[in-house]
Design a binder for this molecule. Structure first.
Ligand code: HAM
Length: 427
């Protein structure tokens, strides 16, 4: 039997992993500048954390969760997103007693049983941030400015910020009633998902991509007419703040988001390059979630970036760093005496900070050189009787084919200059 990875999951191999590490480190660095601290949470939670947190009417809870009974007959779910788990941890770990706002970031793998497509997986990854305890639009600005700084650091262009205000739960209740009345006469023309949405959450019809449904969206009642003056003022201040920071955005009434916990501000960063899965990042305010998780009412805002989609976008814009695959130094040998010396030399090279490999499978000299070449080794030294006798070897630079004489007895000097050379090339 030859096994394959489950549909919608993938292996991330050396060569690609370094690009992930670069992205993760760049995100961590930007989060440090904004004084966000990392949080790590469990991969699975009690199912209720998501049914209550993300909400019964969301696609995630209705049809996408990996839910199972554990051996104690408790219902558990692999996390489909990060916010509900972070909110659960915030309450459980007593973070309400920390100075507000509490600023957290994360790097998580997530699980959703979705229809697999380009940029849409069943196991995927998010870099995200959540801030608890700040009710004003300044907190949204802080997060959007963090995202903007991150994109700038990556060199990313052609990603646009779309912003909307979805009001309070009470505002939305009234709005959803109005939408039900508006869409009811057109029910036979809606897609099957939207027929269900009409019952559960009619606002989701607004961001349905099916053309038949889109026909009715433009004339639908506007959410803005249902939103309280306080929410409108919050949104206006946020927009003015974005203007003053020079962050471009577009107010888009069709951004309604697929998770139930949002209140007031919602936003997405959308790209033209990722096919139908153009949303790279989604987020917003969720002022009622902490209370829902059993904590004292605490305002909150956050976002999550889809790592796979962000990498696809960076690739499309030619912004991914080239990855050096081979070691800095490869040491081969002929004979047992030379083997001993090679072992010590490689150890010394590693102590000084070089990535080094030595011959381990007993290849011939010719095969050793071929192997070093395939590895992409930067420099190669092969030790034999002559080298041991004279105390000198020839360090071969694989890119140019040129050679330099080097001391075998006292290698510190040339190993150190190799370290300096590699550092210079990397920076
Ligand atoms: P979301 O919109 O469900 O929001 O996901 C955020 C991002 O994760 C999406 O924009 C997309 O880039 C990526 N993503 C989602 N599903 C998949 C998938 N199946 N395959 C690949 N990438 C995917 C949330 O998860 C919220 N927790 C965001 C948030 C944080 N709101 C407040 N705080």
């Amino acid at each position: 039997m030859k096994w394959t990875a489950p549909r919608g999951t993938r292996d991330i191999l050396p060569g690609e992993v370094e690009q992930w590490q670069w992205l993760e480190q760049t995100f961590a660095e930007v989060c440090r500048l904004y004084d966000f601290r990392e949080i790590r949470i469990p991969t699975f939670e009690h199912t209720e954390v998501f049914t209550r947190g993300v909400g019964d009417s969301s696609d995630i809870v209705r049809k996408e969760m990996y839910t199972f009974l554990d051996k104690g007959e408790r219902s558990m779910t692999l996390r489909p997103e990060g916010t509900a788990g972070v909110a659960r941890a915030f309450v459980e770990e007593g973070m309400q007693s920390l100075p507000f706002p509490v600023r957290l970031y994360y790097n998580l793998n997530l699980f959703r049983y979705e229809r697999v497509a380009k940029g849409r997986y069943r196991e995927f990854h998010q870099l995200g941030a959540e801030a608890f305890g700040a009710a004003g639009p300044e907190m949204e600005l802080e997060l959007l400015s963090l995202l903007f700084a991150f994109f700038q650091k990556l060199g990313l262009r052609e990603v646009s910020l779309r912003l909307n205000c979805v009001g309070s739960f009470a505002d939305r209740k009234a709005y959803n009633e109005a939408l039900r009345a508006y869409f009811a006469p057109h029910v036979s023309e809606l897609c099957s998902d939207c027929v269900q949405r009409l019952e559960l959450n009619p606002m989701r019809i607004l961001d349905c991509k099916v053309p038949g449904c889109q026909n009715w969206v433009d004339q639908a009642p506007s959410l803005m007419d249902f939103i309280s003056p306080t929410s409108q003022a919050h949104f206006e201040t946020l927009c003015m703040g974005l203007d003053s920071l020079g962050i471009p955005y577009e107010v888009d009434p069709k951004i309604v988001r697929g998770l139930d916990y949002y209140t007031d501000t919602v936003f997405e960063f959308v790209s033209e390059h990722v096919g139908t899965q153009g949303t790279i990042c989604g987020g917003g305010r969720y002022d009622a979630l902490i209370e829902e998780m059993g904590g004292a009412p605490t305002p909150a805002v956050g976002f999550a970036l889809g790592v796979e989609r962000l990498l696809m976008e960076l690739q499309a814009q030619n912004l991914l760093p080239t990855v050096q695959m081979g070691p800095d130094l490869y040491v081969g040998y002929v004979g047992d005496r030379a083997l001993e010396r090679a072992r010590l030399l490689v150890h010394q090279a590693r102590t000084l900070g070089l990535a080094a490999q030595m011959e381990l499978t007993g290849r011939s000299v010719k095969a050793q050189l071929k192997y070093a070449n395939r590895l992409g080794a930067h420099a190669v030294l092969i030790l034999g009787e002559t080298e041991l006798e004279t105390g000198m070897g020839r360090l071969k630079w694989m890119q140019t084919g040129t050679e330099d004489p080097v001391s075998i007895q006292e290698p510190d000097a040339w190993l150190s200059s190799l370290v300096a050379k590699r550092r210079k090339e990397e920076s």
